[in-house]
Design a protein around this ligand. Structure first.
Ligand SMILES: NC(=O)c1ccc[n+]([C@@H]2O[C@H](COP(=O)([O-])OP(=O)(O)OC[C@H]3O[C@@H](n4cnc5c(N)ncnc54)[C@H](O)[C@@H]3O)[C@@H](O)[C@H]2O)c1
Ligand SMILES: O=C(O)C1=N[C@H](C(=O)O)CCC1
Length: 246
């Protein structure tokens, strides 16, 4: 039996790539392509929706799916823990509906975040540098924000204090954003797709954890796994690692 899939944000870079990936999978059927201005209606009869738009639209789109009992795989950036928590009650009221929110679907990026989480408790200093194509509208990236949150939780659990930093003069924000106390720097550069480095430092040593997505196809195995698995995970799940069993 095939799973019917619709894509919201289908004219975008990720949505278009997701449509191709779903089209090419023998066990999936692409039943709907929606973009800005389209009436989502019954979502083309989809069992699962893939959502890659902008945060301002994403929450409304996801709620539209949940209200109709349709599972959703969300790739749009900016879904904080607070936003996901607000959605949780509504999703739980719907019984078996699953919403999977993944800041990054590339398997290597999921591993990079998990490695950073593991390493964080051993290092005094940590900084995250995310590097993306210049058409990206949000900064810092969802991946960098999630990485910083995971690192901050590990540091807190290990009883580590603030990262050492003597800066007192920084009128232009050269030290980057602070996400839960972790400095995050965003680079936008023609030629890039999606890249991130986590720099961890101690006296006399440094560990660099880096991931590169050179092409949007790198996200597709994760998206398709999400589509196949989301129905088995009722409620709201944040992070592909939970579906991959990492
Ligand atoms: N989770 C991941 O692995 C991953 C990977 C890449 C990108 N992203 C995120 O996915 C999102 C989309 O990225 P992109 O590069 O495809 O952007 P994009 O600008 O190419 O595409 C976004 C699409 O959403 C459409 N859209 C806007 N408002 C809409 C609405 N109300 N209803 C339906 N469609 C609407 C736009 O018309 C556009 O076609 C971003 O938030 C990006 O950060 C996530
Ligand atoms: O290209 C983008 O936009 C990406 N967005 C996600 C993020 O914000 O982390 C994932 C990587 C690519």
């Amino acid at each position: 039996m095939t799973t019917k899939v619709a894509v919201i944000g289908a004219k975008g870079r990720m949505g278009a790539t997701a449509c191709e990936a779903v089209d090419g999978a023998a066990d999936l059927e692409l039943v709907g392509r929606f973009d800005e201005g389209d009436d989502l209606g019954d979502l083309g009869g989809a069992d699962v929706v893939v959502e890659f738009t902008v945060l301002a639209a994403s929450e409304r789109n996801v709620r539209h799916c949940v209200e109709r009992g349709v599972h959703v795989v969300v790739g749009t950036s900016g879904w904080t823990d607070d936003r996901a928590a607000q959605l949780r009650t509504e999703v739980e009221a719907k019984g078996g509906v699953g919403v999977l929110i993944a800041p990054n679907f590339a398997i290597g990026a999921v591993l990079m975040m998990q490695f950073a989480k593991q390493a964080a408790r051993f290092y005094e200093s940590v900084e995250v540098v995310e590097l993306h194509h210049p058409r990206k509208v949000d900064a810092p990236s969802g991946t960098a924000t999630r990485t910083a949150e995971l690192i901050a939780a590990s540091r807190a659990e290990a009883g580590l204090g603030p990262v050492p930093d003597a800066t007192t003069e920084d009128p232009d924000g050269a030290r980057g954003a602070s996400v839960e106390g972790v400095p995050v720097h965003a680079v936008r550069l023609r030629g890039l797709v999606a890249h991130q480095e986590v720099l961890l430092g101690n006296e006399g040593e440094m560990l660099t954890i880096r991931h590169d997505s050179f092409d949007r196809v790198s996200f597709m195995p994760g998206v398709l796994t999400g589509v196949r698995e989301v129905g088995k995970h009722p409620g709201v799940t944040v992070g592909l690692e939970h579906v991959l069993g990492i």
